[in-house]
Design a binder for this molecule. Structure first.
Ligand code: HEM
Length: 444
């Protein structure tokens, strides 16, 4: 619970942390600036876990003036908020954390940017209607059909790594970056030769929505988002004109057969999936290598017995999720973990913290692939918005690990990663915890 004793004075209108105070959550201008909230830094992703532990113990529901959100850190509180969509709406899930500057706003207006969230920031009944149609198109049959190609691609990349005489690799660049991007582009029927373009657009989306950018820094990203949205609209038009054997064409056919979904809603779904469908999976695959190799005995356990891989993936998702914080908005005055929040307030749910909460996970700070309840993690959210692509993400991580334990059993973190990967850097972001590189070597 927020305590007055944690609050310290700062000159009026001046944020002691140098943030501009444009939070899109609760613009509660009357709130006093606080002390450092136990070291919690909203955009710092290098090692947020000690501050998460302190927040759970000392301030499990605290108002953070730097971003204008209530920050919730305990498992039960977060799950309860996710579960109560009538009180806590997801409509702010895609709102820019920092307000759009005038130049970026103009660029996006001139470029006809009208994209809205595909699903995650939509609310019932609209969300229910679109999700039902999306779910029918996004079938296991469709993505399982891709499995042989994904596997062949993973094998050829790992073989190329294993053939290097200098025995050095980097798992983000060598594997995790492209594999999920190729998968989602294929699934959607987009041009797979444009991986770098889609990654550029996705980076812009992550930075513009969850980043801490100045007005000037937003400008190139605004141009990218205009291009990205135009491409989503073009894909829908192309499916209308030519049909096709892909998810976009399935959605267009569903519409033609009477499904209640507009072209704008289909394009918005593509706008979501062409980001959500690879960004977080790239991170999951990177984290599988980063975390398992930092706990080398557990990597060896997978080399010995690859049947343990699915459980290991859930433990990686628990211990080090791709998304560590997600937002909700209170639609009514309500209580969260004993703290009163007001109608209109924004909440940042720290799933990265919930996943280590001792009240749910014994020795939660320890990585343990034999943990029996790892699957209770909240890394895919919970409730009506539960991640649509969770099985596709896990399938790809499983293929990567299955092939890696065969082709590179001697894999280990390179010394440049620091002890147990402690020198690996992460991008600054409010929600996405993305390792920049995972340098590796291997025993001859
Ligand atoms: C490790 C990989 C992934 C992680 C950690 C992840 C995480 C999440 C989270 C936290 C949410 C919000 C849940 C909530 O609000 O309760 C979400 C929703 C969603 N995810 Fe994922 N995701 C991943 C992979 C994917 C993939 C591969 C796709 C494929 C297209 C995808 C598509 C979606 C969609 C469409 C939603 C919105 C669902 C809705 O609002 O009904 N995700 N995901």
């Amino acid at each position: 619970m927020t305590t007055e004793s944690t609050r310290t004075a700062a000159p009026a209108g001046e944020c002691p942390f140098g943030y501009g105070g444009q939070g899109a959550g609760n613009a509660d201008a009357g709130a006093a600036p606080t002390a450092d909230h136990h070291g919690y830094q909203p955009f710092q992703m290098k090692d947020p876990f000690p501050s998460y532990a302190a927040l759970r113990a000392e301030e499990p529901v605290m108002f953070d003036e730097r971003i204008g959100y209530w920050v919730v850190s305990r498992y039960d509180d977060i799950k309860a908020v996710f579960d109560d969509w009538e009180t806590f709406s997801s409509e702010n899930a895609q709102a820019p954390v920092r307000e759009r500057g005038p130049q970026a706003t103009q660029i996006m207006k001139d470029g006809g940017f009208t994209a809205y969230s595909g699903l995650s920031a939509r609310v019932p009944p609209e969300h229910t209607r679109i999700r039902a149609i999306a779910q029918k198109a996004f079938t296991p049959r469709r993505y399982k059909a891709l499995e042989p190609d994904i596997r062949a691609n993973v094998v050829s990349r790992l073989e190329a790594v294993a053939a290097r005489a200098d025995r050095t690799g980097e798992m983000v660049k060598d594997l995790a970056y492209e594999i999920p991007t190729i998968t989602i582009l294929t699934l959607i029927g987009a041009d797979v030769t444009k991986i770098d373009t889609y990654k550029r657009w996705s980076d812009s989306r992550a930075a513009m929505t969850w980043g801490d950018l100045s007005d000037e820094e937003q400008v190139p990203h605004a141009h990218n988002l205009v291009e990205y949205w135009q491409e989503c609209q073009r894909l829908v038009a192309e499916a209308h004109a030519n049909g096709g054997d892909n998810l976009t064409a399935d959605l267009v056919r569903a519409q033609q057969e009477g499904g209640e979904i507009s072209d704008h809603e289909i394009a918005s779904l593509l706008y979501s999936m062409l980001f959500a469908g690879h960004e977080t999976t790239t991170t999951l695959i990177s984290n599988c290598f980063r975390v398992l190799l930092a706990h080398r005995d557990q990597w060896e356990a997978l080399v010995e017995d690859p049947k343990k891989i699915p459980a290991a993936i859930d433990e990686v998702l628990r211990y080090s999720g791709s998304i560590v914080g997600w937002r909700r908005k209170a639609l009514a005055d309500a209580e969260v973990g004993g703290v009163q929040v007001k109608k209109g307030d924004g909440l940042l749910l720290l799933m990265g913290s919930a996943n280590r909460d001792e009240s749910r996970f014994e020795h939660g700070e320890d990585f343990d692939i034999t943990r029996s309840n790892a699957r209770e993690h909240l890394s895919f959210g919970f409730g009506i918005h539960y991640c649509l692509g969770n099985m596709l993400a896990k399938l790809q991580a499983k293929i990567c690990l299955e092939e890696a334990v065969k082709l590179l059993p001697g894999l280990r973190l390179d010394d440049s990663a620091g002890a147990a990967g402690s020198d690996i850097e992460f991008r600054e972001n409010l929600s996405f915890r993305v390792p920049v590189a995972v340098p590796v070597t291997w025993d001859a």
